[in-house]
Design a protein around this ligand. Structure first.
Ligand SMILES: [Zn+2]
Length: 302
């Protein structure tokens, strides 16, 4: 089976040049160089110019206020140009100023070039991690950014803390009639359905997590679990790993705490539901949408 290619948030092209992060002078040096390209993130938004498929992050030279901000070395391109992410305060002096619109990664992910989609996903993930890891998990003292934004270090005991990525599995479950299982979580509005997903637990393989989640959520035993593709999902820190699996028996027994509605749909049934507007499908930026379309056999127009 073919795997999913060109997933929106898995297209980064920059050389991360991770060895350069060790240089303590890297950020000060890059912040003095007008050739450095700066991408600014405020909360969960960055400025985007142009539109699909020519969308691009607004890049600029370093400015005086950038030195006081959290800076992250994102990498360099084939010409040796360095790219630096800076994180501005939400509600800070500069705010969401400028003429280009400020977009979230969910909004801009599919519009951006490969390079820029990758940069935005990296910067968003790192920014989320920094903002929630300001204290040392060992002693509780303050931590500070280190290694060009790719680490935090405890100011008291010197322990080093690295950005985390939480693996989650997402699975297209198919029955013997080639119908797809769609379900709704209690947090979603009526009519929104998607494939099942869940976090991988300690001591568990990805395939075992797929089987456990499907059994827990809808009471279905699966086999033939096969890998489909993956992409980062920095909301706040997931890596979504997609699988296809076959239901041994399609009988559903829902866990109402996790799933309020689930159904097996045929391709014809899905087409009708979408046409009649009874079904809100996951956005194109998500791996869920790509998995549903993979099963369906082509793009689904909303
Ligand atoms: Zn500490």
């Amino acid at each position: 089976m073919e795997t999913l290619r060109d997933l929106s948030l898995a297209r980064g092209t920059l050389d991360r040049a991770s060895l350069r992060r060790r240089d303590p002078d890297l950020l000060p040096l890059l912040l003095k160089d007008p050739a450095t390209r700066i991408v600014e993130l405020v909360g969960d938004r960055a400025q985007v110019v142009g539109s699909d498929p020519e969308g691009a992050l607004l890049l600029r030279s370093p400015g005086p206020r950038d030195t006081a901000r959290l800076g992250v070395f994102l990498g360099q391109d084939g010409e040796g140009t360095a790219y630096l992410g800076v994180v501005g305060e939400v509600g800070g002096d500069e705010g969401l100023s400028g003429t280009a619109p400020w977009r979230t990664l969910r909004q801009a992910g599919v519009l951006l070039s490969d390079r820029d989609a990758g940069m935005f996903a990296t910067l968003q993930g790192l920014s989320n991690w920094h903002s929630s890891h300001t204290c040392c998990p060992v002693c509780g003292a303050a931590t500070e950014p280190w290694q060009a934004g790719w680490m935090r270090r405890c100011t008291q005991d010197g322990t080093e803390h690295y950005p985390r990525t939480d693996p989650a599995v997402i699975m297209a479950v198919i029955d013997a009639d080639d119908r797809l299982l769609l379900a709704r979580s209690p947090h979603w509005p009526q009519g929104r359905l998607s494939v099942l997903a869940g976090f991988v637990e300690p001591g568990e393989s990805l395939e075992a997590a797929v089987a456990r989640e499907v059994l827990e959520e809808v009471g279905v035993v699966v086999d033939q679990v096969r890998y489909l593709g993956n992409q980062p999902w920095p909301f706040p820190s997931s890596l979504m790993v997609g699988f296809i699996a076959r239901a041994v028996d399609p009988t559903l027994h829902l866990d109402p705490e996790e799933i309020v509605e689930a159904m097996w749909v045929s391709r014809e049934g899905l087409r009708e539901m979408v046409l009649e507007g009874r079904f809100g499908i996951s956005p194109t930026v998500s791996i869920a949408r790509r998995m549903i379309e993979h099963w369906y056999g082509g793009p689904i127009e909303q």
